[in-house]
Design a protein around this ligand. Sequence first.
Ligand code: SF4
Ligand code: SF4
Ligand code: SF4
Length: 453
Amino acid sequence: MAEKIESSREGGIDAPTRHALDWTNPDFYNQDKIDDELYRTFEICHGCRRCVSLCDAYPTLFDLIDESPSYDIDTVEKSDYNKVVDECYMCDLCYQTKCPYVPPHPWALDFPHLMLRAKAKKFKDKKDGLQKRIRNKLLSSTDFTMKYGSIPLVDVTINTLNGSQIVRKPLEGLLGIHAKADLPKFKSNNLKKRVEKLTNSVDKVQANESTTGKVMVFGTCYCNYSVPEVGEDLFTVFRHNNIQTELMQQEKCCGMPKFELGDLESVKKAKEYNAPRFLEAINDGYDIVAAVPSCVLMFKQELPLMFPGDEELQKIKSRIFDPFEYLSLRDKDGLLKKDFKIEFDKISYQAACHQRVQNIGPKTKEILSLIPGAEIDMIERCSGHDGTYAVKKESHEKSIKIRKPVVSKVERFDPKTFTSDCPMAAKHVGNGVTTETETVLHPMSILKDAYGL
Ligand code: SF4
Ligand code: SF4
Ligand code: SF4
């Protein structure tokens, strides 16, 4: 059994660091060692309980402990540990915003990466039943589903079928996709086609200390094929600000859906496809930007931790940006235009977890606050969507519970507009709001509208 290291300090006071993910070490998949580390971590969490309100992983753990014979971790069945693991959707908030015991604290807790390790073992051993494995593969194979689902006429057909309860009820029984979950829409008028039609151009490209002023947009499966209007608005806003903006011609999914599943070999394959293409663009003087926070986080954090010796990834990490981080970095040198034509009103803004954990500060809020009349209410809680958690039969209702504090904060503020950096989170929260919020828009679309473009 792994020992809990005694520490004289209540919590860490040094800046948090993170250990690389040791996933190529055979011990990573050793069940006894995983169980030992789960035991050690769960025992510390039991004594702390700070994270109880973040997601359902912690309440599940504390219920297991509180209902055990000894009211302690020693009488919780090891076979129940995966009940906790299954509730973690890798948002990283507990590590980045709550836990005082992360490295360099001697206890060196990394709850999300331990959950990932247990997920990876589960995935490798095919511990889920066949139905769940097929469903999970389908939901995480976004390159395939998005590309083929957005073929002309196929898109309309799938969207219509997905909107029908007559189809969705049997689908729930067959695949375990909740009948009430709002599935992504497929759009044949994809980002590539839209960008080809854009006529806006750039006067003069200007670099500053931290940006080159030339951007290669990592379209991402979600923006390419489901919300291409968000990607299109990013092009319009960036070009309006004299940023030369091009679309990556060849790319695969960043790998986040496979990562959350513990399918680390597929993450490696996606990285091997994307990294050389990103690097080529960077060597040509481009910075990389993507409109979905999870995809940026993958290259800023998770891939560099999975491949700590990979210098190419380190270079990509230093040149990939959240779009509002990019605009903010240029604003420092007066390179962001303020020629707004349209006033806004109250805006409720949910800061997506995968943007928050990039540790870049509230850049979206800062930029949106420049819009005349804009009164921003920022909500720093997870939407509970996570890409797949909200659509799975077994977790859909829990995702509704997790989004409740966000929804009620929006309803209390009663804005005209609700927005989130994460398009999936925006839709999920927007579906729950019952007051008269008129529009759910991506922050980049708000900016485009404010410019009157
Ligand atoms: S990473 Fe997110 S979902 Fe996972 S345990 Fe931490 S807070 Fe919960
Ligand atoms: S992850 Fe850290 S902060 Fe959260 S409950 Fe466990 S010990 Fe406490
Ligand atoms: S808010 Fe968006 S990025 Fe954060 S966990 Fe939810 S879905 Fe993922």
